[in-house]
Design a protein around this ligand. Structure first.
Ligand SMILES: Nc1ncnc2c1ncn2[C@@H]1O[C@H](COP(=O)(O)OP(=O)(O)OP(=O)(O)O)[C@@H](O)[C@H]1O
Ligand SMILES: [Mg+2]
Length: 199
């Protein structure tokens, strides 16, 4: 069993907390702090399908199995870090940042475009695509790429889209359209970024 404490804390959502793995600072451990394990189970079963398909893991962190922690069952994933070693920040952080350097805009805009193409091309099914569940991993001073860390998989009662690629693509197109709207709303105050995004 591993012991997680406040010194390992990375961030939290509504259901889970994320910690740096105490034995490997390139990994994180996610524990459920509110609700049941059903979301995590769904996520892990979809990850198994992606592992079987042999996807490239350019827009998703790899899953490294489960581990017992002092806070209950933990799920181990790649920890997303920037090129300087800092834990990456969410896309939401960058989009809503009031004083974002304008030099960041082209990198963010390009990362969004590449992410959308990759999600569609690899037929990765998601629930709501939200900028708070996507990390902007900085790979250089003014460039980066997006990595989806949550809401991966299919919550439909009968998840037929997971088996028929044309249906998966339709679903992904719908999710991406809604994601685009969310992105534009979130950065409405940043005219330079809106222009960069082609609006
Ligand atoms: N692989 C990762 N690398 C770096 N940071 C991460 C990673 N996974 C999660 N985080 C951080 O931990 C936070 C919470 O993780 P996550 O979104 O999985 O929790 P959640 O409770 O399932 O979220 P939600 O409220 O969307 O259901 C994220 O917002 C992010 O800041
Ligand atoms: Mg989340």
């Amino acid at each position: 069993m591993i012991l997680l404490n406040a010194s390992h804390f990375v961030g939290k959502g509504l259901h889970r907390e994320c910690y740096i793995h105490p034995d490997n600072d390139q990994l994180c451990v996610k524990v459920v702090v509110a609700g049941d394990l059903s979301e995590s189970k769904r996520e892990q079963s979809y990850y198994k399908r992606l592992q079987k398909r042999g996807i490239s893991w350019d827009i998703l962190p790899r899953f490294h199995g489960q581990i017992e922690t002092n806070m209950g069952a933990g799920a181990v994933f790649d920890l997303i870090r920037d090129v300087d070693g800092e834990v990456s920040k969410t896309l939401e952080y960058y989009l809503s940042c009031e004083h974002l350097e304008s030099t960041e805009n082209p990198g963010i805009s390009q990362a969004i475009s590449i992410f959308k193409q990759a999600l569609y091309r690899q037929s990765i099914i998601t629930m709501t695509l939200s900028p708070k569940n996507i990390m902007y991993k900085k790979t250089g001073p003014h460039e980066g790429r997006l990595i989806l860390i949550d809401n991966i998989g299919n919550s439909d009662f009968i998840p037929i889209c997971s088996y028929i690629d044309s249906l998966a693509k339709k679903k992904i197109t719908r999710k991406l359209l809604r994601f685009e709207k969310t992105v534009l709303k979130m950065c409405a105050h940043n005219k330079a970024l809106l222009i960069e995004l082609g609006t």
